[in-house]
Design a protein around this ligand. Sequence first.
Ligand SMILES: [Zn+2]
Length: 257
Amino acid sequence: MPTAVIDGHAHLHDFDDPEPVVRKALESGVARIVSVGMDAASNRRSITLADRFPSVVLPAVGYHPWSVRAEQVEETLAEIRRLLPRCVALGEVGLDYRVKVKKELQRQVFRRVLESAAQLDKPVIVHSRFSHQRCLSMVREAGVRRAVFHWYSGPLDVLEEILAAGYYVSATPALAMHTKHRPAMERAPLDRILVETDAPVAYQGRPAEPAHVWITLKALAALKDLSLEETARRTTRNAEIFFGLRPRDEASSCDCP
Ligand SMILES: [Zn+2]
């Protein structure tokens, strides 16, 4: 039986009607979708969607560096702390040194959400655009045990440090289209790679949805010179370990992490 795979990172909150998207994912063999949050509104939506699609949509809450606004920080952080215990991960969080939000404020927010994740031993989904080294240091300093550097296309020396620290990187459909994402995925061993879509991000003009995690998987299989089935099975196992999920074939009606 083909593996029921996991989309490890999708912005389901961005879909006006996520129902057909979830249905298409299930039909294509994507059994579980980690729904990330960016701010207070999308975090709430992540939780609502998990309630609506139990054991299919797995909620995460976060505070994306693009969404940080000084006047909302305290309120948003308090809500993340309240919602995080019922989530499979903290995310999307991190730093982005190409956005207008002040770096110092980004770091303050990131440090505080990392503390919350470390206290609850939750895995962390990290956005590290133009800030890979700094994100890694901060994740490490916070004592976070599990972290994935999402859509990693950064320097290979930082990748080596990420891997040495026991952390993961994730691949997106960009692997099938852009050369920039490839060197890191070539270098990282398959047992440290998670697959995702970052839906509804558009790749070559086409907005992604969770069913497109198969595009990521096919590209990764080709890159690693493995069968699609083996790549699917092994990266699904990685996601189960990373997010603390029960394997699907052992799961009964409940798939609580
Ligand atoms: Zn994202």
